[in-house]
Design a protein around this ligand. Structure first.
Ligand SMILES: C[S@@+](CC[C@H](N)C(=O)[O-])C[C@H]1O[C@@H](n2cnc3c(N)ncnc32)[C@H](O)[C@@H]1O
Length: 434
């Protein structure tokens, strides 16, 4: 029992106003389903999603704030910046509600997630010892008797540096609580780790099995290598998001507890790990976060994939929008061909320390990428052209050309994204003569 708990609400969610979902961007043209990246607080995003998706989600993996009391910054890299500080901290989120408020909030979230899951769907909640034991009791209540499947202990990895100097036993694991909606998960693909080369049974014969079946303690034995990327100073996977989890860890969950085409959901997507993993494994996905910089990081990781399937970026409720920037665009028309060229882009000096600004020699260094909807008719920006540097490449094309099929008066919508997660939007009128 926590302060403020409403006993009557156990297992059912409090009725709340369902806010509309707005589509801001459409990347790629979908004929049916589009994957969804949603900016919004779970308290608004999940009820809004439930309208269309209640009972349809095969797998939920969440890595929510743990009530650690900390504040977490995304560290943006400015391409080609000179000097001492090309990494700029941008606040991603704070995690300091206090235990009573965390439990009340997590209870609401768990009830909403249960509603979205299909019967037999799976839920994995990634936590640590701050709240894992409270969450277990609470999830037992919301999901009912028999729904609990496993407690997975994930060893974070080797111990070095300041960690090894901690007093007492060194904290070195996270906990994943695995539940099913109903008594059994309808999908579970058992996984095996390969035997080491040359492995023989005790009788001297080669092994007959498929490998070592994965147990509920991960990354603790010689063959199970799943170290956290956070302890690897040079992991190529790290994108600057403070609590980013390994793709390999999330992929293990997604492979085991969903099949190709199934719908997976993470409403605390952070850097975008689940969306990237689901893309790679051919699952449909919905990913939400209340932090604009999380949406920025996820979009960026998705656009770096060689062939990302169509997805939309949406927003719901009163989540703070991404910071607004100044942008100017030049246009020229030759026959039916229109060219748009970015002429300048500005980040507010208040947002970036002077020592960082001093290392930026051209305004285009702030840009992550930009998109154009060549025939914008209101509503979402339908991406027609896109220039992007997802992995910090030095150059970014600053002009884009489009051949219109018919003469007419068009509105082209330009949206530019910067490396700090801010955006600028500009409408340009394009007249294509007869
Ligand atoms: C631990 S991080 C998730 C990291 C992620 N698993 C990854 O691999 O990058 C938790 C995320 O939850 C988000 N968050 C916190 N409170 C939220 C809320 N009420 N609604 C939606 N997102 C929230 C934070 O912005 C943060 O990105």
């Amino acid at each position: 029992m926590w302060k403020g708990k409403n006993r009557d609400r156990a297992g059912s969610r409090a009725p709340s106003t369902v806010l509309p979902v707005r589509t801001d961007e459409a990347h790629g043209e979908a004929t049916g389903w589009s994957n969804r990246l949603v900016l919004g607080d779970v308290a608004h995003a999940l009820p809004a999603l439930a309208g269309a998706l209640a009972g349809q989600v095969a797998l939920v993996y969440i890595d929510p704030p743990f009530d650690t009391g900390g504040h977490f910054d995304f560290r943006a890299t400015i391409p080609g910046a000179r000097g001492e500080a090309p990494r700029v901290p941008v606040r991603a989120y704070s995690d300091a509600r206090g235990l009573d408020a965390w439990l009340e909030w997590f209870h609401e979230t768990a009830v909403l997630l249960r509603e979205l899951l299909v019967e037999g769907g799976s839920l994995y909640v990634h936590l640590d010892a701050h709240v894992a034991h409270y969450a277990k009791v609470l999830l037992d209540e919301v999901f009912g008797p028999g729904a609990f499947q496993r407690e997975i202990i994930w060893r974070i990895g080797w111990i070095s540096g300041f960690k090894s100097r901690a007093r007492g036993w060194i904290r070195n694991h996270d906990t994943l609580l695995f539940y099913a909606k109903g008594k059994r998960p309808k999908t579970f693909h058992k996984e095996y780790l390969p035997y080491p080369p040359g492995y023989m049974r005790r009788d001297g014969n080669p092994p007959l099995g498929k490998g070592y079946p994965i147990e509920d303690v991960w990354n603790a034995g010689g063959v199970d290598r799943l170290d956290s990327i956070q302890i690897m100073s040079f992991s190529g996977e790290k994108v600057g998001y403070p609590t980013q989890k390994n793709e390999a860890l999330v992929a293990r969950v997604v492979r085991a507890s969903s099949g190709p085409g199934d719908l997976v959901l993470d409403c605390f997507v952070g850097s975008g790990t689940i969306a990237v993993v689901a893309e790679k494994l051919g699952r449909r996905w919905v990913a939400c976060d209340e932090a604009p910089v999380a949406i920025h990081s996820t979009r960026r990781r998705l656009l770096a994939l060689p062939a990302v399937r169509p997805f939309v970026v949406e927003s719901v409720g009163d989540a703070p929008p991404a910071a607004r920037r100044r942008l100017s665009v030049r246009s020229r028309v030759e026959g039916r061909r229109a060219t748009l060229e970015l002429a300048s882009f500005g980040v507010s000096p208040r947002e970036v320390p002077a020592r960082v600004r001093a290392g930026v020699t051209h305004w285009s260094q702030w840009l992550e990428g930009w998109c154009v909807d060549w025939d914008h008719e209101g509503g979402a920006l339908r991406v027609g052209s896109r220039s992007w540097r997802s992995r910090g490449e030095a150059s970014l094309p600053l002009a884009a050309t489009h051949a219109y099929r018919r003469p007419g008066s068009y509105v082209a919508l330009v949206k530019a994204f910067d490396v700090l997660g801010g955006v600028a939007i500009r409408e340009v009128r394009v007249e294509i003569p007869r």
